[in-house]
Design a protein around this ligand. Sequence first.
Ligand SMILES: Cc1ncc(COP(=O)(O)O)c(C=O)c1O
Length: 414
Amino acid sequence: MNTQTIEEILREYATPAYVFDLDVLRERVETIQKCLQQKQVKLCYAMKANPFLVGAMEGLVERFEVCSPGEFRICERQKLPIEHLVISGVNKEPADMFRIAAKYQGRGIFTVESLQQLELLASCARESGYPLKVLVRISSGNQFGVDFEQAKEVFASKEKYPGLRLLGIQYYSGTQKKLAMIQRELEKLDGWILELQKQGAQISELEYGPGFCVPYFQTDSKECLEEQLKDFMEFIRQMKFQGKVTLEMGRFLTADCGSFLTTLVERKETGGQIYGIVDGGIHHINYYGQTMAMKLPFVQHISRGGAAWNQGMVQLAAMPGVQKPGTQTEEKWNICGSLCTTADVIVKQLPLTGVQVGDVLVFERTGAYSVTEGINLFLSRDLPSVLCYSKKQGVRCLRKSQPTDMLNGPAIET
Ligand SMILES: Cc1ncc(COP(=O)(O)O)c(C=O)c1O
């Protein structure tokens, strides 16, 4: 996001705040879809990465992967057509499944994560009187999905489940994966599909989460989006499977469009180290692969004229220890958040020049998982506001900053 836009946002909104640039999002998703279109590979947005982007994604992707009743309610509020939803995940709550099957007359797609879920969905189809479309998730060696041998049995015994239409398989094994691993997975999936087809199963769909890698740190290799997807499409072309392929993705679609804005509220030096305390923290930012805060993410420094953040309340400039303005030599900062834990270090030894208390640091590539995965209730600090921006619509507030203390204490009856 460019500095001028961030400065405009900061004139109106306080930190900490997320800003999601919807133009960046649109451009990226359209580019990705264009690279995939030769073989009609479609996109499914795994909304867990950032539920605030569901509305913006409508029309850009074909499907949304929904993994909880809460995520489903978000889609309902956004009025997403049920036909675009893949209802996935463990702990499919029976009451919820019966409600969805009946209310939406069997529309949408459901994944099967276990034999128990298979029975549950069969009951939903029976009770509602509507057939349900199903993808059988094959496990990658964890609590999700069923073993391939079990999947074979499911497809072989499809007559036992007349209310279920078995469309094909779903597979996701993890995130931040290299292309070579994705290639191996596609070969494995192709083999499985072939084996299922040989035993008479009709596999018309493969829904696959490739877990494409996002470069989060300055030492990561630069992303070559088109080249990477060209190689990927070559792997798809080499598959014997000729049915529909849908890529279920979160991080790769959304990381790029997010910025997290946080104000430097204090500078101190102890043990020969410079510490900068910010009003955000590790409960707001999650860079997958960050180890002991040693890797440098992409950070922008927005100068706010020193004490601007608290003008009129305290005369910061007069306080002992506050940095003299205008120091133009580069310094290495340890940027720490506002939580009471030594773990709250966002980045160590971040080189910054001329930074003063009151300035804003913009942590880039925070569009995926940061807004949802943080330990937001720890310390009862307020939730950051969530903003989105586009050239056409300007800045809009999707969620105001909210207190969490009411969630962390017993409800007091009045
Ligand atoms: C089943 C499934 N599909 C897709 C995704 C999205 O993964 P990524 O963000 O790596 O694209 C996840 C993430 O946890 C997932 O569990």
